[in-house]
Structure formats: C-alpha cells, structure tokens
Design a protein around this ligand. Structure first.
Ligand SMILES: [Zn+2]
Length: 475
C-alpha cells in the first residue's frame, strides 16, 4: 500500500531560487533499502492498527458532532463527541502534573502514564511537547478517555481508555521518499552557497564529509566554484519533513576540475561513494577530521611567534570554535583518552599496525571514548577546546607512522574497495539512472531565474581568531 505513490512530480518551490524540484518516487524496494547510514524506518501499517483516538480539530458544541480527520483520509473514523484539551510540557514539569492540570482524575492520570511507559520512555519527552488530552462529552460530566502526542513528525503515541484499563500504542506514519536536487555557485563558502540553495545542514555536513578525503575546504575551494547534490528526503503524507536521507549523487566543480561522486550499495549491503569510473573515494583516513575549520598551522618548520626562532610543528592545527565536533579520522581502537601534559585533553587512535592519529586540546571527550573502545571513521571522539598549552580554541591533529609524527597531507593511505565485474555493471546502470534523476530534479529550477548570491568575503577571509599550539614539545 505504501508503493501507491506512483511517479508524481512535485515542485519544491520553497527550496529557493537555485533549487530544484522534488520528485516523488516509490519507496525503495526491500533489497535496495537504505543501509545503516540512514536507517529505513519507514513504517508499515498494513496490519490493522490499534484504534486511533479521534482527533477533533476543534470541538464545537453548537454543531455537536464534527467529523474527525487525521489528515490521512483513508481510514473510516468513528464520529464521537470528544473534547480535546491541548497542553504542553513546561520546564521541570511532569506529564502526570500536566494531566492533573487538565482535570484528569489523579488515579487515572497515573494509570494512563503507566500504560504509556510501555511504548514510550517518559524521560524522552521534550520540553514544549504538546499533548492532546481527550474527554468524552456524551455524558453529563466530561470523562477522561486518553491522551495522545507526536514525539516525532512521523510518530503518534496514543493512550486510550478501554474496558480493561488504559492501552498505549505507538503508530508510525508511512513516509514517502522524495529526491531533492540542488546546485549552486560558491561565492564565499560552501556552507553559504548550500544554505542559499536550500540544502539543509545535515546534508551539507555529509557532503563535506564525503569529500573530506580529497578536498581541503579551506584551501581548495574558490569563488566561482560550484556544487551539485541529489539527496533523499523522507516526508509524511502531509508533506512534513521527517528526516533527510542519504546523498545519492554530488559533484564539486573546483576550478577546471569536476569531481562527481555516486553513492553505491554493494550486494552485501555496504555502501560507499565512487567516482564515475567506479573508483572509491574513500581513504583509510579523513583528510580533515573536523567540519568547517580552517588550517591555522601546517606540519613543518614554522617561526615561533614569541621566541622568534623556527621550530618543527609536528601536526596540523585547525582553528574552530570551542565545542566543534572532532571525528575519528579512520576506523580503529582508542589507545589513549585523557589528560596528557601540554596536549591537554588528548585522544589517540590506533588504525592498524603502522598508523595512529592523535587529537589534542579537546574541551571534552565524545560519548564512550575511553581506552580500548572501538571507533568507526566519522564517530565523534571529542570537541574542540583549548586545554593544555594552547593560545586559543583549535584542534591539534597528528598522524603517526610507526610511532613518529608525519605530515598528515602526505601520509600514504590505502584506498577503499573497488568495483569490478558484476558490481561495475550495476554501478554503471545506477550512474545513468541517477544522472537522469538529477536532470529531472533540477529542470524546474532551471526554468526559474537563477538567484545571485551575495559576495560576503572575496577570498574566504579569516575572521576566526587563530588558535595554535604554543611551544610545547611535540606540538
Ligand atoms: Zn599544533
């Protein structure tokens, strides 16, 4: 029943001048389901779902009965005169108190919340969460019959009174997958251009991570360069965005170079990005283990600002605001996570028998980052800070080869999987399909006048105050 969304074209005008269109596509077939990167939590609701409490837009006593609708329109909904009191969770408030305030008898409030616990953890309730408290108005006195709320765009939790007490259910709405295409010209930064083109932040961050093996976004991107991106978006049937999905295709135009990448899922379910020729763009280490930072000091000899003589800098410094997440540059095991002299808060990962990476001056560590823990490339291992001997918030990053610091830009790392034979044939077919999809998704935008982006800074002039290691050994 979810596949009924035949190929319908929907324009996404709201995405801005440079953007494009969204095309309704059928949900992915199970064998093409999204991999771990973007969990395919598209709910199936083919089974008879538990009774949804009636949601009345507004109870109108004059009219008596109003027709209830839950925006899905395809279910027969019983018509009942139910009053709905909408309340929202305040700071420090509890759900029980909220129900009491809505005039729910104490015992029933406790029973209803106890029932809810079976499907939803009350600790996960957000501040400001709205609840509809439902009362049957057929009798003389309003009778509490349950409550419901939407913890996420695609989820409804409902608690209803029955003959045997309260019952709770969590209903997941089916999601539609849209394919969204966008392109833009970079005048100041990719972030700026992406935002102007309506590309949401999670997709921009993923785009930067996807290219972080090969592109140094501080040095390699210049005014007049451009990008293209095609990504999935999951929406509920009423058009609300539930979440952004994976990037299926992207291209960066840097000077005369164009770097297209395609997302490909192997038959065994692993996913990677490949050039048009079928070469993996993955390297064993990320080139930049942090988003949106700029290099404030490179590996090599440098003149010390205070002492005035040249000294070896055995890592790379990335200036970024305190709290900016730092990613594990590659898969590996945490060898050290703690305070380490002038390095301040320090994490070191062993990637294989030869290569380690180290991260210094962190303000704090990522969740579960401790000695012996296993990490995957891209996991957050900590956050930028200025602990230890440091002149300002920055990440000091080292790549160690056989225990010695080496230039991260020159470290020779093996690349990822390659495509051959049957996989290559599948990939070629996918490339053709995706190219066509991108053309379709952006055709509508091309018909609209292209927006001009404001030039904010001619050459990405640096406004962040430089953070750098001071004269500590090994830094
Ligand atoms: Zn440094």
């Amino acid at each position: 029943m979810l596949n009924r969304a035949a190929v319908t074209t929907v324009t996404a005008a709201a995405l801005g001048a440079l953007v494009a269109a969204a095309i309704m596509v059928p949900r992915p077939a199970p064998e093409l389901a999204m991999p771990a990167l973007t969990p395919p939590t598209v709910a199936a609701v083919d089974e008879p779902s538990p009774p949804l409490p009636v949601i009345l837009p507004d109870f109108d006593r004059e009219q008596g009965l109003s027709l209830a609708g839950d925006a899905w329109g395809d279910a027969e909904i019983a018509v009942e005169p139910v009053e709905r009191r909408v309340v929202s969770l305040g700071r420090g408030g509890t759900l029980i108190q909220l129900l009491l305030d809505a005039e729910v008898p104490r015992e029933q409030a406790h029973e209803a919340v106890a029932a809810m616990r079976k499907v939803h953890n009350p600790r996960q309730l957000r501040l400001g969460q709205e609840f509809s408290v439902l009362f049957d108005r057929t009798g003389e006195e309003p009778r509490f019959v349950g409550f419901e709320f939407q913890p996420a765009v695609e989820k409804v939790v409902s608690v209803t009174a029955g003959d045997e007490g309260f019952r709770a259910a969590e209903i997941e709405k089916p999601l539609a997958r849209l394919t969204v295409g966008a392109r833009g010209t970079i005048n100041s930064s990719l972030y700026q251009a992406g935002a102007e083109a309506g590309v949401p932040m999670p997709i921009l961050a993923a785009l930067i991570r996807t290219y972080s093996y090969d592109v140094d976004f501080q040095r390699d991107v210049h005014e007049g360069d451009g990008f293209e991106v095609l990504f999935d978006r999951y929406t509920t049937e009423d058009g609300s965005i539930a979440r952004e999905g994976a990037i299926r295709y992207a291209a960066l135009k840097l000077g005369n170079k164009v770097l297209p990448v395609y997302r490909y899922e192997f038959q065994d379910g692993t996913v990677d990005y490949f050039t048009r020729k079928g070469e993996s763009i993955r390297k064993a280490l990320l080139r930049t283990p942090i988003d949106g930072a700029r290099i404030s000091s490179k590996f090599g000899m440098r003149r010390h600002p205070v002492l005035g003589y040249s000294k070896m800098h055995k890592g790379m410094d990335f200036a970024a605001p305190t709290g900016t997440p730092i990613y594990a540059a590659g898969d590996g095991v945490i060898e050290e996570a703690g305070q380490k002299g002038s390095y301040g808060n320090y994490v070191r990962i062993r990637h294989n028998g030869k290569i380690q990476t180290a991260y210094a001056h962190l303000s704090r560590f990522g969740a579960n980052i401790r000695r012996g823990a296993r990490v995957t490339q891209g996991d957050v291992i900590g956050f930028v800070g200025t602990t230890g001997r440091s002149t300002g918030p920055h990440l000091h990053y080292e790549v160690l080869e056989n225990g010695r610091q080496t230039n991260p830009l020159k470290a020779d790392m093996p690349t990822g999987r390659t495509l051959d034979g049957k996989e290559m044939a599948r990939f070629k077919a996918l490339v053709a399909e995706v190219d066509e999809e991108f053309a379709r998704a952006t055709a509508v935008a091309a018909a609209q006048p292209a927006g001009t982006l404001e030039l904010v800074s001619a050459s990405g002039e640096e406004t962040v105050k430089s953070g750098a290691c001071s004269r500590e050994p090994g830094c």
